[in-house]
Design a binder for this molecule. Structure first.
Ligand SMILES: C[S@@+](CC[C@H](N)C(=O)[O-])C[C@H]1O[C@@H](n2cnc3c(N)ncnc32)[C@H](O)[C@@H]1O
Length: 407
């Protein structure tokens, strides 16, 4: 229905009466001959220490600008006066859409919404519940995780959660590597086996919002991945900062990087990723391994008494996984990385949910413990493990020289 703008806005007021029930306010588009200051503005309620506020995130196509506004200062008319053409206000029951017409009136639509889908309003500011990147961020729309209105597509919920979990680990890493007070610097990230580049773009955006001067390289052997991802970087206007290469990880030239990531790079591609990162002097390495067939296939004779377990295919597989990740983690420790194995959220395409998180220590010799009576005994215990299981882990081969230098 076509009505006066003020009349249309008055219909929005009841929806805003209980801000905690507001799911989203989206302001976008531009009126004829107008030039609004941003491409889009997203507003949602957020609970701060001081109480409930509106959080306004303005996107200019490159950067997000976040402001918290007192509840009584929301001025919807002001946004339209700035030249924006479209407004969506949605609470747990109703969605109002308003479009300014060429004649300066408002095309108004109101519809009931599915309560189930909109019940959730994320108010908490605490770390555990916080989304590190909003679903309405343009990268998620371009990646097909959110729709054109910036709403998370139900079919992409798992991927979205996985990205958020990964970002929490990026956040952990930068807190370890950089002090809060020091001026933010340039940071280089490489995503090895990047696939559709969900993490590549998310890592870029997240670090950019943290005021880093970020450069990201996504590497995948598939040419179609490179082409698709480069198109997205172009469309987002960030192709100078987010680049893609179609190459095997093992063929990629070494380059100084700060953070190397690899999520579910298949089988021994994870070993290639770890080896590349170590040789490139990465300060932090985050890898969530995928299938671990290499060692599984090599287990032919289990040391006593493990044959009673490996007679069962599924247990042999799990033991193969444990040996693989133990070798990777212990090798990184030996090479001077403080290394954790943590639980990472399972993806929709794989039940694998481990992550190796390694942060380079100042003194690489710190982990070289020669006393084999200690459980953390450098390479001695690892060599025993390999001898007992008679396996040849690819990573040890790839990092042979680096390991020799430390002996
Ligand atoms: C399971 S997908 C994961 C993609 C992405 N990291 C994610 O989690 O969304 C694995 C990707 O690694 C790529 N890949 C596998 N082995 C590779 C190798 N040796 N070098 C480069 N890319 C590789 C595949 O082409 C595929 O796109």
């Amino acid at each position: 229905m076509i009505v006066e703008i003020d009349k249309a806005l008055s219909e929005a007021l009841p929806l805003l009466k209980e801000p905690q029930n507001v799911r989203r306010i989206v302001i976008s588009g531009r009126q004829r001959n107008q030039n609004p200051p941003f491409i889009r503005i997203d507003i949602r309620p957020v609970l701060l220490k001081a109480g409930l506020n509106w959080q306004e995130v303005s996107h200019d196509g490159k950067k997000d600008f976040t402001k918290n506004l007192p509840l009584n200062s929301l001025d919807l008319r002001g946004y339209l006066d700035d030249g924006f053409a479209n407004l969506i206000v949605e609470n747990h029951e109703t969605e109002l859409t308003l479009r300014v017409t060429k004649s300066g009136q408002a095309q108004l639509n109101m519809k009931k919404v599915n309560t189930k889908a909109t019940q959730f309003v994320e108010l908490a500011h605490d770390r555990s519940k916080q989304r590190l990147l909003l679903e309405s961020d343009p990268i998620f729309t371009h990646l097909g995780i959110s729709d054109l209105d910036g709403k998370l597509k139900p079919s992409k919920t798992d991927k979205f959660k996985q990205v958020q979990e990964f970002l929490k680990n990026i956040d952990y890493v930068i807190e370890q590597l950089y002090s809060k007070t020091e001026a933010r610097k340039s940071i280089k990230v490489v995503d090895l086996g990047c696939g559709h580049a969900y993490l590549t773009f998310a890592a870029f955006r997240y670090l950019e919002l943290k005021d880093f001067n970020v450069e990201v390289l996504g590497v995948d052997e598939r040419v179609d991945s490179r082409n698709r991802n480069s198109e997205i970087a172009n469309a987002l206007g960030i192709s100078d900062k987010v680049k893609f290469a179609a190459q095997k990880i093992s063929d990629l030239s070494l380059d100084q990087v700060d953070i190397a990531i690899a999520l579910h790079a298949c089988d021994t591609a994870t070993d290639d990723a770890i080896a590349w990162a170590v040789k490139s002097g990465a300060k932090a390495i985050l890898v969530a391994p995928c299938c671990q067939h290499d060692i599984q296939r090599q287990i032919s004779q289990a040391p006593k008494p493990w044959a009673i377990a490996t007679r069962y295919g599924i247990l042999q597989e799990r033991i193969g996984d444990i040996i693989t990740e133990t070798v990777r983690a212990q090798t990184l420790r030996f090479l001077g990385y403080r290394t954790d194995i943590i639980e990472f959220i399972a993806g929709d395409h794989t039940p694998k949910n481990l992550m190796i998180r390694a942060i380079k220590q100042k003194d690489p010799k710190i982990n070289v413990v020669q006393d084999s009576s200690k459980p953390d005994a450098g390479m001695a215990e690892l060599e025993l493990l390999i001898e007992q299981w008679q396996v040849k882990p690819k990573l040890l081969n790839l990092l042979h020289e680096e390991l020799q230098q430390l002996r």
